[in-house]
Design a binder for this molecule. Structure first.
Ligand code: BG6
Ligand code: MG
Length: 218
């Protein structure tokens, strides 16, 4: 039987950074007189930095020069990184580390599949880098989720076939990307939002070792 590989999204799955992205985007939007709600933020999950700013400007009906656009991208990331640089292992989401330990003990190949250009910095900050056999992040991919590129590339780097990969994702775009890659998708979050996933759990505390075992052996 072929070995099952696991691909993790980062933000909102492994670490609780979604709240930092939200804060930084909200401050940025408000600084140019655009209102920004949690509902809108949901649509930015899994979406690249450039595409996120494009969407915010669209919602606020604003057009900017390229220079101003670049300045705002930089401003958002600078604020975001002030949060990131204060992160500790306490910002790893509940039961993520035991899950990684369990998968490692089973010899499961593990990859990261994230849109973030800050992924390696974040993994290092919370001491998780050594768990990953491959890291595919926003510095590598050219096509944003829901395009399957990020996960297909991660599978290739693990020498796995897509049908032997399972993706953990908290975003709608990410679940769609996993489905488009013909991988099994596990949504981490709320069922109404992540209805397209094969399975949905609110967080890793709901995922038992029996279930993981079942996933690995199917
Ligand atoms: C995704 C997040 O993982 O990464 C998005 O869900 C974020 O909210 C995107 O915009 C890009 O991240 P970064 O760190 O490169 O700005
Ligand atoms: Mg995410």
């Amino acid at each position: 039987m072929a070995k099952t590989s696991i691909i993790f999204d980062l933000d909102g799955v492994i670490v609780d950074t979604a709240k930092f992205h939200f804060l930084a985007w909200k401050n940025l939007a408000n600084s140019i007189d655009i209102n920004f709600t949690e509902q809108e933020n949901e649509q930015l999950k899994g979406v690249s930095r450039i595409k996120s700013l494009e969407k915010i400007l669209q919602w606020g009906n604003k057009k900017l020069s390229q220079d101003e656009f670049d300045r705002l991208m930089h401003q958002k990331n600078t604020e975001y990184l002030t949060f990131v640089d204060q992160m500790t292992e306490d910002d790893i989401l509940p039961e993520v580390k035991p899950t990684l330990d369990f998968l490692k003990s089973k010899g499961t190949p593990i990859a990261l599949g994230s849109a973030s250009k800050n992924a390696k910095r974040i993994l290092k900050q919370v001491n998780l880098t050594h768990y990953f056999d491959a890291i595919v992040d926003g510095t590598v991919v050219t096509k944003a989720k829901p395009d399957p590129q990020v996960f297909v590339t991660a599978a290739k780097q693990l020498n796995s076939k897509p049908q032997n990969c399972i993706v953990f994702e908290d975003s709608v775009a990410g679940v769609q990307a996993a489905n488009a890659a013909e991988m099994l998708s596990v949504g981490i979050g709320k069922t109404p939002v992540l209805g397209e996933a094969n399975y949905v759990f609110s967080d890793f505390t709901e995922i038992s070792q029996n279930f993981l075992e079942k996933l690995l052996n199917q």
